[in-house]
Design a binder for this molecule. Sequence first.
Ligand code: URA
Length: 210
Amino acid sequence: MRLHVADHPLITHKLTVLRDKRTTSPVFRQLTEELVTLLAYEATRNVRVSEITIHTPVTETTGVKISEPRPIVVPILRAGLGMLDGMVKLLPTAEVGFLGMVRNEETLEPTTYAERLPADLSDRQCFVLDPMLATGGSLGMAIEFLFDRGAQDVTAICLLGAPEGVAAIEKQVDGRDVTLVLGAMDERLNERGYIVPGLGDAGDRLYGTV
Ligand code: URA
């Protein structure tokens, strides 16, 4: 597994505002979008491209375009949805699939309640969006889901990660092609499975408590 933790003052600045409990939902949504676009730049470093020939007004030259089959972006509902706009801004030709997952707040175990993905993901590069890598339960389940359908490689973009979650994913992927891109690596999980210092419940911060 490859792990990339962002190290850029602009990302740290935006994350600091995001963490602040006084930040309102509209600002939280805007910052999430901006952060994902910045993280997507790193996450797409290995996106597959094919060489093409084009004509500039001056001459013929070669360039590249994103290969077929197109990459697929998979936000994990609900909170991952807040990351989608920031991702497709940078990768507008990607297809989008959805995975709905919820974690039981007592056992912290995830269950899948919705799925809208192609049946065959053979050869597809998949980009999973999940803002909080806490225990790794839902992200791990999503990664298995994608590999079971034939995905070639999976890159997960998370705003924050806990060491416990990163270790869980690393153990689970066991040599398969998985990249984790984090905005920051936080200290730990608390007894309720929240990331510390974290930002609270990402879904609630994005959309209000429901
Ligand atoms: N999910 C969240 O939204 N926040 C956390 O801190 C952990 C999981």
